[in-house]
Design a protein around this ligand. Structure first.
Ligand code: HSE
Length: 307
């Protein structure tokens, strides 16, 4: 039967001010998955990594979206998925989204591209619900569309791809786990009007900055007065890292998704490398193991190769 190999990239959700509505696709790291078309209505999940994720497809972020595809496609087909995760679960750089987006993109290809990208986001959000208890698309959409995306609405889905200038992204992933469900639970349910006004000014500014290639506007708009003050308490060294990285030339940045990863945007590679060294020095001093990436925006999203 037909089989494909998938590269499902990491993503940065929220982009500081755009909680649940903005996301960006990265070139590195990415998960690798093999997906095979079966001639029987079943979904088989196995992993080639050490993460011990559930193999029951209904409980697996790659499996649950495939089960819902099978409900829509009435043919006698199924899928076998082998997942090799390179994006650690609970890292804040879209690990669950990569599994979900990768599996639905593969399934669609194997079925002859019968679904639109928007359909794929709809299916993949079922995987996010399995992972965090809530359907959100700010990791899924950039993973499927590539680049930067705005989720104007989830119900009904309204995804707006946003053009973006050339940027370097430095990510530090401290080796602690922050579960998205926990990081959502601690958020306040009400927002002060003055904070909301500041936040939507920043979201508008960030989107305009991306479209106009206005690096200063992007930098000024990377401010979050609602979510970051609460969640940053879960991330050791957060305030120092943010401040020192900006002093080293980063345009700005903040918590990646629900954390604990922190990302910073830079105009050029040399600055992005300096920012990486700053992050490393701080976590070495604190004594916290971490992974570092210097990467760029991935404009393609999930990559499919026929085996
Ligand atoms: N927007 C989501 C959150 C992303 O911040 O909870 C989680 O991956």
């Amino acid at each position: 039967m037909k089989q494909v190999t998938i590269h499902a990239p990491a993503t940065v959700a929220n982009l500081v001010c755009g909680f649940d509505v903005l996301g960006m696709c990265l070139n590195e790291p990415y998960d690798i998955m093999q997906v095979k078309l079966l001639d029987k209505r079943e979904v088989i999940i196995s992993s080639a990594d050490g993460y011990n994720l559930p193999s029951d497809p209904a409980l697996n972020t790659a499996g649950a979206p495939l089960l819902s595809i099978l409900e829509e496609v009435k043919e006698s087909i199924g899928f076998e998925v082998i997942i090799n995760k390179q994006i650690k679960p609970g890292s804040g750089i879209g690990s669950s989204a990569a599994s979900a987006a990768g599996s639905v993109a593969a399934a669609n290809h194997l079925l002859g591209d019968i679904f639109s990208k928007e359909d794929l986001v709809r299916f993949a959000m079922i995987g996010e619900k399995v992972a965090s208890g809530v359907k959100h698309a700010d990791n899924i959409s950039p993973c499927i569309y590539g680049g930067v995306t705005l989720i104007r609405s989830i119900f009904p889905l309204d995804i707006v791809p946003i053009p973006s200038p050339s940027l370097y992204v430095t990510v530090v992933h401290p080796q602690i786990e922050v579960r998205t469900s926990d990081a959502r639970q601690i958020l306040r349910k009400e927002v002060l009007l003055k904070d909301a006004i500041r936040q939507w000014g920043n979201i508008g500014g960030l989107v305009a900055g991306f479209i106009k290639n206005d690096y200063d506007l992007i930098g000024r708009s990377l401010e979050d007065v609602i979510i970051e003050p609460v969640r940053s308490m879960l991330i050791p060294g957060f305030d120092e890292i943010k401040q020192q990285c900006k002093s080293a030339g980063a345009m700005g940045g903040g918590i990646s998704g629900s954390g604990p990863s922190i990302f910073m945007l830079s105009r050029d590679k040399a600055t992005a490398e300096n920012v990486k060294n700053v992050m490393k020095e701080i976590y070495d001093r604190i004594g916290l193991a971490h992974h570092l990436y210097v990467t760029t925006i991935n404009h393609e999203g999930v990559k499919i190769t026929e085996d």
